[in-house]
Design a protein around this ligand. Sequence first.
Ligand SMILES: [Zn+2]
Length: 437
Amino acid sequence: MKRHLQILICASLCCSGVSTSAPASQGLLEKPPNVKVINLLHNAAGSTDTTSREIVRNEKGVFDLPGVGIRVRADFDGARASAVTRVGEKSIEVFIDSENKPINWSPWYSFTIEQAGPQRPDRLSIRLTYPPRENSDRSPHRYRPKLSSDGGATWKEIENSEYNHEEGVFKVNLDTLPLAVSAQELMTSKDSLEWIETLSEKNFISYEVIGKSIGGRPLHMVHIVEGTEDGKEELFILSRQHPPEVTGYLAMRHFVEYLASEKPDAKAFRKKLNIRVAPMVNPDGVDDGHWRHNYGGIDLNRDWLEADGQIEAKFNQPETRQVSKAFLRFKERKVAFALDFHSTYRDVFYHDAAIGTNEYNLILNWIYRIGAKLPNSKLDIQGSAKSYSTTAKSWMRRQFGCPAVTYEVDDKTNRQELESIAVEAAKSLIMELLERN
Ligand SMILES: [Zn+2]
């Protein structure tokens, strides 16, 4: 989401929230001060080769540390720790490598610490180190550690006093072992299936396997269809193309849970729209603790380009091929909206709509409503009328002629705020789509 060459053309004009070009039958609401609107003009889409590349498979090691009295385990789904070394009696270094390079700098890590001898320190200092970064002299640490002492049932962010973000160094108490340390809450393909199964206990929700990842893991689609399926519009949702993007995944769950709830507006919404959700598009990457890619070594969100595109057709990866096909089954119906959930360094909504169109106004009004309800949340809307981007949202827009948005959640957004935004996002979208009808 961050690599495009962009020219800022009208930030000040567009920040006023005034539409300037094509006539719109649907006017813009007033822009709340906490929402920033940025419009960018893109050059022609660059071509990213998505032919499979080699990766180094995660060995999921177990590291004994004689002389420290502990063992570091990275042998579970979602784990990543490439090498662990003893620095002193109370100090270790954990090296975290990526699945291949070049790669987006999202250095994911996850491991547990357990007792491995009669003596262990009360406190342990951990330094995280990373390989050299492409085109940079720094390999910065990114994710603030989350800790769990109950097997991953609950997670707590590390305290400020124990954490040096610049150095990637932190201290943990070893009074309750095993202790899990993770870049974000651990949410694997198993967690996704459990969530899907729980949702599907409702009689209007079902799910199916729509394909398999390169590693043979099932790809799922959830169908939220209340009453008759025909004669309704469609809402498409996908998530977790990028493994470390847990905040986006959490927002997706809250968003979908609201739409599936017994709230009157959600029920009214389901009378008019069917909802299709592909909650975990890259299960191999998630379960192997990848930084970005699938087992094909590819950023899946650069692989969405149909055969009649202006640059070479993509869909080189089985995950994108099968998920796109599953959505295409509903091409005969009207698709009202599509949403792809991600995470980055801020809360931002990306779209391709041209300024002043109904589509543009619908997207902005949707987010203005969220911003007005949550005045303390800073939300950015970033548009680029770029016709042949290779991301899922651009493909959705081209294929189905619907407004499509990449919903990016800040890696650091407080989890309660994240939920509030996601719930307001669901309510506001219901309002926009039902009012429009
Ligand atoms: Zn992403």
